[in-house]
Design a protein around this ligand. Structure first.
Ligand code: UT7
Length: 325
């Protein structure tokens, strides 16, 4: 049985925050942000929007795109690092909003979360446990962003993307690689608000409830981990980078994407980029990119696609699949 993407959908909040807007909040400027990252603007959720709201809107579109009845969905997986609450899962809230009967759980693998969720969804179908699985990547990064830290607040944005996985006639899933290196946990971390350090007046005062990142270390990790993961899925299928029609990289920094294109001696236009519009939306970046690339007509039936994520954990991973629609 072939398992693949039946439909995609995405949703980004209406509010746009430009680099010039950020220059009014912290000591930065459009030129620095654009040249160091490629990001020009990002979307910010409204006060009454949480991750499950963005996830729900992306999910509804993916279900319509797949041309199925929402009641056919048997499992919902939400990849997020900005869940509505520590508990319940954001996936359970999406299940309720969709008004369907389905199992639901969250995946915590930061910017690699969608790659982990996709692989889990594929495995549930391949094992014969469920027939159709909704995999969503959704984030409201603006809620864990330290708006006083120019090293991080210029990078992140809010949004959600979703895919419906199910049996497809041609193409579909070919390979997956998932990896974690917890020794690098401190490089990208929200120190407080969990069981290690509760959210107390003191941790809030110390701004430990916000995301801390060692940008240079994460950059170094990304340019090493990304090619390793791509090589892994290519080798599983005896393919080379030349056989890949389009790469869907995690949208963190255009300099990372350029370094990877160079490393594989591939033209940059084989790498889908939309980070100039949305910044880094963590677990949502790959499914938003998949949906936009699909809607822009970038995929043809039979195209070989590699999507690669990297980030907090540290985690990294790739999926290799053939476009089935
Ligand atoms: O999805 C999770 C994965 N995360 C990532 O992929 C992030 C990976 N890292 C990066 O993308 C880059 O490291 C950053 C974009 C975060 C930073 O770029 P960088 O080229 O590594 O800059 P840097 O941290 O080495 O800082 C260079 C200079 C510093 O000044 P000095 O020490 O040279 O005087 C910073 O203080 O730039 C300064 N700087 C800024 N200047 C203006 C740092 N942030 C800013 C800013 N505006 N926003």
């Amino acid at each position: 049985m072939r398992v693949g993407i039946m439909g995609t959908g995405s949703y980004v909040p209406e509010r746009i925050l430009t680099n010039n807007d950020l220059a009014k909040i912290v000591d930065t400027n459009d030129e620095w942000i654009t040249t160091r990252t490629g990001i020009r603007e990002r979307r910010i959720a409204s006060d009454d929007e949480a991750t499950s709201d963005l996830a729900f809107k992306a999910a509804e579109k993916a279900i319509i795109d797949a041309g199925i009845d929402k009641n056919e969905i048997e499992l919902i997986i939400v990849a997020t690092m900005t869940q509505d609450h520590l508990t319940p899962s954001t996936a359970a809230l999406v299940q309720d909003k969709l008004g369907i009967k389905a199992a639901a759980f969250d995946v915590s693998a930061a910017c690699t979360g969608f790659i982990y969720g996709f692989t889990a969804g594929y495995s549930f179908i391949k094992a014969g446990i469920y027939k159709k699985v909704l995999v969503i990547g959704a984030e409201t990064m603006s809620r864990v962003t330290d708006w006083e830290d120019r090293g991080t607040c210029i990078l992140f944005g809010d949004g959600a993307g979703a895919v419906v996985l199910g049996e497809v006639e041609t193409g579909g899933f070919l390979a997956s690689h998932l990896a974690a290196d917890g020794s690098g946990a401190c490089e990208l971390i929200v120190p407080a608000g969990g069981s290690r350090k509760a959210a107390t007046a003191e941790t809030i005062e110390n701004r430990e409830v916000y995301l801390k990142m060692n940008g240079r270390e994460v950059f170094k990790f990304a340019v090493k981990a990304f090619p390793e993961s791509v090589e892994n899925v290519l080798t599983q299928q005896n393919l080379t980078a030349d056989d890949i029609d389009i790469f869907i990289p995690h949208q963190a920094n255009v300099r990372i994407i350029e370094a990877i294109a160079k490393r594989f001696k591939q033209p940059l236009d084989k790498f889908f980029v939309n980070l100039h519009k949305y910044g880094n939306t963590s677990g949502a970046s790959i499914p938003i990119a998949l949906d936009e690339a699909s809607k822009e007509g970038r995929f043809k039936k039979g195209d070989k696609i590699v999507a690669t994520g990297f980030g907090g954990g540290l985690t990294y991973g790739s999926i290799l699949f053939e476009w089935s629609k």
